[in-house]
Each structure stands twice: as structure tokens, then as C-alpha cells.
Ligand binder design. Structure first.
Ligand code: ADP
Ligand code: MG
Length: 142
């Protein structure tokens, strides 16, 4: 599925729709450059899971856990990760193969430990179409 958005609100709404449809144990991987809208999209996902707490990027912790929604939400941002060993240290398998929804910003940086079955969401800009334009592609990988 590919969708074009023209404002942060639209990206948030798309995330919300996906969050509403999310099932326990799923892993979503967000791919796209810095400032493209991964965290905005994630805020939508959280809203779709009925999480009221504000979501920001867990830059210093790798993972931020939210328990108040429809299911646990594990928000990873692996932008600053040096090595996948850091994922092992935090016990990522308990999250990826657990009963919550895992979402990984910059997931392409930890390709080798991603579960075989996952959703890949790619966000791209196209400045010719405007500063706030984003193309969002959702792909089921198995
Ligand atoms: P990332 O997490 O990918 O580094 P953020 O979500 O933190 O990026 O930031 C995206 C920025 O782009 C925000 O300042 C947001 O307001 C802006 N923006 C402009 N247009 C859009 C759009 N269509 N979708 C998402 N964000 C947008
Ligand atoms: Mg981010």
C-alpha cells in the first residue's frame, strides 16, 4: 500500500489507522531519513493503540515501553546504536516475540535481527511536490 500525505496531521492519521488495526506480537519497521516523519507516524500508531501519554523518540534508551494502551507498545529508535549487541543487552527478543506491538525507527540498521515476519513502512520526501509532502509505503514482509 502506498499513501501520499501533505501534512504531519495526515501522517499521524495514517499511523492511527494502522495502530487501530495492529495485533499483539507484530513488529513494524520504520525506514526513512532524519526528519522525514517516523516519530510523527509513531505518535499516530500510539493514538491508534489508545495511548494517551505523549510519545517522543527514545534517543538515549533504545526502547521506551508504554503499557497503558490496548496492548503493550515497545517503541525503539536504533539510530544511535553501535552494534546489534546493544539490542541483545536490552533483551530485544522479549519485545519482538512478546505480546505487544514493537515499532523500530531506523529498523534497517538492525536488519540481521529483524523477525522474518514484519511490516516495513518507508517514508520518503519529494521536495518537488512540496515541503510537507511524504510518500508512505507499507509492505508486508514474510
Ligand atoms: P523522524 O522521526 O523521521 O526523524 P520526525 O517525525 O521527528 O522525523 O519529524 C518530522 C518533521 O517533519 C516534523 O517536524 C513534522 O512536523 C514535519 N512534517 C512536515 N510534513 C510532514 C508530513 N507530511 N508527515 C510527517 N511529518 C511532516
Ligand atoms: Mg524519530
Amino acid at each position: 500500500m502506498t499513501k501520499e500525505t501533505f501534512s504531519p496531521e495526515e501522517t499521524l492519521e495514517l499511523g492511527e489507522a494502522l495502530g487501530r488495526a495492529a495485533k499483539p506480537g507484530e513488529v513494524y519497521v520504520l525506514i526513512g531519513d532524519l526528519g522525514v516523519g517516523k516519530t510523527v507516524f509513531t505518535q499516530g500508531i500510539a493514538r491508534g493503540l489508545d495511548i494517551k501519554e505523549p510519545i517522543s523518540s527514545p534517543t538515549f534508551t533504545i526502547v521506551q515501553v508504554y503499557e497503558e494502551g490496548r496492548m503493550p507498545f515497545y517503541h525503539f529508535d536504533v539510530y544511535r546504536i553501535g552494534d546489534v549487541e546493544e539490542m541483545e543487552e536490552i533483551g530485544y527478543e522479549d519485545y519482538f516475540y512478546g505480546e505487544g506491538l514493537s515499532l523500530v525507527e531506523w529498523g534497517d540498521l538492525i536488519q540481521e535481527i529483524l523477525p522474518e515476519s514484519r511490516k516495513e513502512i518507508t517514508i520518503e520526501k519529494d521536495l518537488e511536490k512540496g515541503f510537507d509532502y511524504r510518500k508512505i509505503t507499507v509492505r508486508e514482509v514474510t
